[in-house]
Write a protein that binds this ligand. Sequence first.
Ligand code: HEM
Ligand code: HEM
Length: 180
Amino acid sequence: MTMPDELNASYSAFSRWAHWLTLALFVGLFLIAWTVDDLPQELRLPAVQLHKSFGITVLALTVVRVVWRFAAGVPAIPSELPSWQKAAARATQYALYVLLFAQPLVGWLWSSAGTRAINFYFLVQLPWLIGPDKDLSRQLGHLHGLIGNLLLIVIGLHAVAALYHHFVRRDQVLVAMLRG
Ligand code: HEM
Ligand code: HEM
């Protein structure tokens, strides 16, 4: 049977759009996370709310992306790659998707356990996922920091690999994410 994977030369418009929007949201998420403690008092709460809103947007976008990935397919990993590089590419994709789900969910659970509501883009308050729990809230906070660091490492490797494909191997891997 032919997998949808093998039929696509490039990522669909939606996949490309969602990928680069996620990158933009990540820039915002990390900028806020790293600077929030230095902001004037009156800006801190709105900044954290914006961080949470960006994070929930990433979660929603990731759900749609994964559904779309199965429906529309993605380009195959170049078949001439050494098998360890194919395995690394596949592992990175899975790791990124798992972390893209886990991080906002842990953030949401953390906010819920710590009784700090999510005011989504200052428009609606999202529901609590769990009740207040001080110890759990502290642990979830640590986990959120840990996954944040993991994400930085995996994204760093991912971006270096993309540049390697484009400038060293000169193949279509990066182009497939840039153009239709
Ligand atoms: C993919 C999405 C997300 C990423 C990459 C991310 C990343 C981060 C990082 C790196 C930090 C700093 C951690 C530290 O200093 O140890 C942080 C802090 C935080 N995150 Fe997230 N986060 C995401 C989503 C969310 C969501 C959905 C929520 C809540 C609903 C949330 C709530 C928070 C809070 C409350 C802080 C602490 C901010 C402060 O210092 O007051 N995050 N996040
Ligand atoms: C820093 C700049 C970035 C570049 C140059 C880049 C480049 C690429 C390229 C060329 C692909 C297609 C090949 C592959 O699957 O590896 C891809 C896929 C992917 N990227 Fe990125 N990316 C970047 C940032 C990010 C960020 C910040 C995230 C999310 C945290 C991300 C998540 C993903 C995911 C999940 C896929 C797999 C898509 C799929 O096959 O379903 N990327 N990226």
